[in-house]
Design a protein around this ligand. Structure first.
Ligand code: FAD
Length: 392
């Protein structure tokens, strides 16, 4: 094969592209892997790897782990300082720095023969009947298939006139060194505050020797002010001007199918695969990269089979999950009074369920189809609405 030709070209050095490249190259498929930045590259991210994501990640997570959190704290209500807590014997969320996490996957793909083109910007894509061509600042390349993993802000799907239904929401974070006393307060727990931010949430994730603190909010203009307010609320004093705040968009709802057109497959943030409650995108990025590779491998690269496999798998494993979570997200990010009322009734149940979901033990679909969850909720609702009848 000519050095400019591959079986599959992957664009984007995040977990979606990295995982697709790794699984394909492991199975002797020739892969050309393109990333515009120098590797390892920085990615604005809190770096919380849920157990659901960890199960899909092939490199040794222990080697790059900054911290392991076996407790989740969910603060849902401004009035109540008491969080809902979920704990486990093993880590629920492993904290990493994204440059190391993403690079370990790329190195694994490279060791399996994937050809890595870093500092190579892909400027255009031409979709032909039996192959795909890409134009980069280092020349033209060709492949039988293209996996587009260019992230939330990637422009290539737009250039291909791919309809975009994603709702991109801004998020920002700081990596903040703090003293030992503050560090100790947040050790071993991933903290989420839903009550503090209008239509969004804030988080504190402990790394090895600093905290990742950030917010996701529908209002881009107030991100900095809201983050400063949140830091104050936490009792962490920093000068507002000195905050080294870094931001990026998160797709809080996906595109609509199809996710494969001709010979081009969309994965990760580029497709809008993010959990709309937690804004966790790494597990769906890894999973969609894996499913794209499996669609190609299982069908011997034959287009009809690849299309069918990929659309079905993405719908069942990812889109159906996101659609269910979107309904719940409406409540969580909706009117605070409704959220407080509903969480007063079933907050502990919700917290445990969410833990099982991010653990990869259960899915949103499992809960939707489990009659016991409704019985539990309706009996709690009944007792709450008619307390006088509680013991009758
Ligand atoms: C502030 C913030 C905090 C977050 N925290 C978490 C968290 O704790 N846990 C979690 O699970 N998720 C988190 N997320 C979401 C998570 O970062 C994304 O869902 C995830 O990175 C998606 O991976 P990806 O591979 O699809 O894309 P990305 O990781 O964004 O990778 C896309 C890559 O494509 C490259 N690229 C783009 N265009 C081109 C081009 N034309 N040519 C070549 N290369 C190109 C980019 O340089 C980039 O490296 C957070 C997001 C933000 C913004």
């Amino acid at each position: 094969m000519n050095s400019n030709q591959f079986d599959v070209i992957v664009i984007g050095g995040g977990p979606a592209g990295g995982n697709a490249a790794y699984h394909l190259s492991k199975n002797n498929i020739s892969v050309g892997f393109f990333e515009k930045s120098e590797l390892p590259r920085h990615k604005v991210c809190a770096g919380g790897i849920t157990r659901r994501a960890a199960k899909l990640y092939s490199p040794d997570l222990g080697e790059i782990s900054e911290n392991e959190c076996s407790h989740l704290e969910l603060f849902l209500d401004l009035k109540s300082p008491k969080p809902f807590v979920s704990s486990a014997d093993s880590p629920l969320v492993t904290m990493v720095m994204r440059n190391q996490f993403d690079y370990a996957l790329i190195q694994l793909a490279k060791s399996n023969g994937a050809q890595i083109f870093e500092k190579t910007l892909v400027k255009g894509v031409i979709s032909k009947k039996d192959h795909v061509e890409i134009c980069t600042d280092k020349g033209q390349f060709q492949s039988k298939y293209l996996i587009l993993a260019d992230g939330a802000a990637g422009r290539l799907a737009k250039l291909l006139d791919w309809p975009d239904h994603r709702r991109l929401v801004p998020a920002a974070e700081i990596e903040l060194p703090v003293n030992i006393d503050i560090m100790a307060r947040f050790q071993n727990k991933a903290r989420f505050d839903f009550g503090q931010i209008t239509k969004g949430y804030a988080w504190v994730f402990p790394k090895r020797s600093h905290l990742s603190i950030g917010i996701l909010s529908h209002n881009k203009k107030t991100l900095r002010i809201e983050l400063s307010r949140y830091l104050k609320f936490l009792g962490i004093n920093t000068p507002q001007k000195g905050l080294n705040l870094k931001g990026h968009m998160i797709p809080m709802s996906p595109r609509k199918a199809p996710f494969i057109r001709k010979r081009i497959m969309l994965v990760g943030d580029s497709a809008g695969f993010v959990d709309p409650i937690t804004a966790e995108g790494i597990s769906y990025a890894l999973q969609s990269g894996f499913l794209a590779s499996q669609a190609l491998l299982e069908n011997n690269m034959k287009l009809k089979g690849v299309k069918e496999y990929y659309e079905n798998a993405i719908n069942k494993e990812i889109v159906r999950e996101i659609r269910i979570a979107l309904i719940l997200a409406k409540i969580i990010y909706g009117p605070p009074a409704l959220r407080s009322f509903l969480f007063g009734i079933a907050g502990d149940h919700f917290c445990k369920a969410l833990t099982k979901i991010i653990n990869g033990e259960k899915t949103y679909f499992d809960y939707l189809t489990d009659l016991k969850s409704y019985r539990h909720f309706t009996s709690r609702l009944y007792k709450n609405l008619f307390p006088a009848l509680k013991d009758s």
